[in-house]
Write a protein that binds this ligand. Sequence first.
Ligand code: NAP
Length: 284
Amino acid sequence: MSLRTAFIGLGAMGHSMAGHLADRGMLVAVGNRTFAKALLFSDARSVKAASGFADYANCDVVALCVSADADVLENIDGLADVLAPGAIVIDHSTVAVETAREAARRLAARGIQFLDAPVSGGVEGAKNGKLSIMVGGDDATLERARPVLEAYGARIALMGANGAGQATKAVNQILVAGINEAVCEGLAFAEKLGLDPERLLPTLMAGAASNWFLDKRGATMLRNEFKPGFKCAHMAKDLRIVQAMADAAGIQHPVIDRALADYSELEQNGNADADTSALITLKR
Ligand code: NAP
């Protein structure tokens, strides 16, 4: 029998992810902080727009893709009050390892299972249903939740116990932040040299400098288009988490520090909701 699934957080990522669940006939309700977004979705896809946590009470699985740690825990507390023992909550937001473990503890006290399952692949990966999903939790819970994750995941990897998904995402974000720094610095330099983007971008993409960010955001950033995508404020949030983890681990982290300084500046100069490719404006 199909899992009765709800999805909370209909933003750049969640809207498409919830859409894949609706396509598979698994979605029964959606929720969002700004209720109007949930109503729009529910009108388009004939699912319930949840106006309170009671609307999730009959769900087998509730997936979240909200903004930050406090948003996750607020939803965990609401869901803990209404879900039946044996239900599963999956969190796709990027938050701290400790937040994932705390969410698991609060739900376990009510007999509810939890998977931290942050994602990578951007809004394109969410739209195409081709996300890489990094899971923390136990194997039996993942197997029960797998049909939900398969609706939008191309790779679903169990990384360890609760928190291991978020730990993997922290590693992912160091790589993403460093790649973004290099691409934006490189393309700002190319502009100064007067190189033709029509020839530059495919030439770079054909060689060892090829990467997701250059492919998906290279042309738009050269046209000064910074529609998200992935917001600078979310990247700064991620890097604050990662910086604290790297300090605790005792590694040197100049890549994290440079990138966090840049995204903090972008947050302060009015670009918090711009795509991370707005980083090129600083490199110029
Ligand atoms: P987004 O576009 O800002 O969307 C966040 C959505 O969550 C919004 O619709 C927001 O509602 C809703 N929301 C926030 N707090 C809520 C709460 N307490 N209760 C209910 N709904 C709430 O963000 P996004 O880009 O989809 O990213 C979501 C999460 O995934 C973040 O943790 C981000 O770091 C992570 N992520 C993003 C990407 C990406 O490429 N965009 C990739 C991987 C991971 P409102 O309508 O009220 O704002």
